[in-house]
Design a protein around this ligand. Structure first.
Ligand code: GLV
Ligand code: MN
Ligand code: MN
Length: 423
């Protein structure tokens, strides 16, 4: 049942859109907005967090920042039990190189606007509502996605967290300290009673909602991602002097491996299996030198974690066969192989009721992208709410969500937070 106060719900969509644009300006991308690059702990990320601190305080929220910068902005109005497990909502603000301005940001600014709307509507929260800003959802800097939520969920031990390294060879521990965050990394793990419920608002990053002309997606499952790093070692040499039959070119071997990865993924029985090789380092990286060492990453995902693991095994075996035939070596290391997550049935139901109350159309769907909710779901009842994005485009500067869909998402989130915090 929706609370009566929700009749007065008003979403300030104009302000939300303006804030999304303001946030997009914290960017190191050489191209102008809407292209955005915001790498965790960079100057832009730190400045954006400072801007958020002001927004949170202006909304009367009390702010807690953990030892790696995960930020919890809490609303606990009169009559709210400050010791009760909270209701959380949030997402990330880091953006991959040359990204758009809606991925993650909608979930943080949207949650803030939802709380402001509840305040305006006079909602009497019985348990605290937290707006959560997760640190480093994107794997850009430290190779591992969802670093903050992983550690919050207790799935990334403090010693491993501290030793994650960036391309400059700096450890996460050193980088977070330089960025102004300290304290015991073991303290990032949340207690079992931290959250009664968690809901993340996000753009769909796929085309379904737009294709079907729907306002909202209720996410009931989140796909299983894994990251595997490969290093191929061959033999370098002079680009003119070494004849083709004598070569053990690490890049040519890697190229064949990448082609095999595409084939194995395409022929997998699961249509949801996707593989992406998105980074590659070539040594010595000279025009007239045969590559002697190549490192590349593989991002492999599926709704079906068992199928994903089977495809991974097949890829590793095939890469070894290619290496043996070409007389090069290949090594691999699995950075993460996370299981898929099911969302919480009652929260998904609350999302449906909230969407109906606002007169919005919606459907159930899976999330093919990963999100901080994947890890929140391992500890707390969790669900996600998607809004359409133009053409299903994401991780590109032309990512776009219409204001009317932002409004639908925030209004539905606000009504859901009201339900979850009202009893
Ligand atoms: C998140 O950004 C993902 O890659 O799914
Ligand atoms: Mn992303
Ligand atoms: Mn995201």
């Amino acid at each position: 049942m929706m609370m009566d106060a929700m009749k007065n719900l008003y979403i300030d969509t104009g302000r939300l859109v303006a804030e999304l644009h303001e946030l997009a300006a914290f960017s190191s991308c050489p191209e102008p907005t809407p292209a955005v690059t915001r790498v965790v702990y960079s100057d832009e990320d730190r400045a954006a967090r400072q801007w958020f601190d002001g927004l949170f305080r202006d909304a009367g929220l009390s702010v807690r920042v953990d030892p790696i910068g995960n930020t919890f902005a809490r609303w606990c109005p009169d009559g709210c039990d400050a010791d009760a497990p909270a209701v959380g909502s949030g997402s990330h603000i880091d953006a991959i190189p040359h990204a758009g301005m809606y991925d993650g940001t909608v979930g943080v600014l949207g949650a803030l606007e939802a709380v402001r709307a509840l305040q305006r509507a006079g909602h009497r929260a019985k348990r605290p509502i937290d707006v959560v800003l997760f640190t480093s959802e994107e794997p850009t800097r430290f190779g591992l996605g969802c670093t903050g939520s992983r550690a919050m969920a207790g799935q990334l031990p403090a010693d491993r967290l501290a030793l994650l390294t960036d391309d400059a060879g700096d450890s996460l521990d050193a980088v977070r300290r330089r960025a102004g965050y300290d304290g015991d990394l073991a303290g990032v793990r949340l207690s079992d009673d931290a959250y009664a419920a968690f809901v993340e608002l996000h753009i769909e990053q796929g085309p379904k909602l737009e294709e079907e002309g729907l306002d909202l997606g209720r996410v009931f499952a989140i796909a299983a991602p894994s990251t595997i790093n490969f290093v191929v070692t061959g033999q370098g040499g002079h680009a003119g002097a070494v004849l083709m039959p004598d070569r053990h070119d690490a890049l040519c071997a890697a190229a064949e491996m990448i082609h095999a990865i595409e084939q194995l993924c395409r022929s997998s029985p699961s249509p949801d299996c996707v593989a992406t090789v998105g980074t590659m380092d070539i040594h010595p990286h000279a025009v007239n030198s045969i590559p002697s060492r190549v490192a590349f990453s593989l991002d492999l995902r599926d709704i079906d974690g068992v199928n994903r693991d089977g495809v991974c095994e097949a890829i590793v075996g095939e890469n070894q066969r290619i290496a043996a035939r070409r007389h090069v070596q290949v090594e691999h290391s699995v950075l993460n192989a996370d299981p898929p997550a099911d969302c919480d049935g009652p929260i998904v139901e609350a999302l449906a009721e909230a969407a109906d109350a606002g007169g919005y159309t919606h459907r159930g769907m899976v999330s093919r992208a990963y999100h901080d909710s994947l890890f929140m779901a391992s500890r707390f009842p969790t669900a996600m709410l998607f809004i359409p994005c133009r053409g299903g485009v994401s991780h590109r500067p032309d990512e776009f969500a219409e204001p009317r869909h932002l409004e639908a998402g925030v209004a539905t989130l606000a009504r859901t937070l009201a339900t979850l915090s009202g009893s």
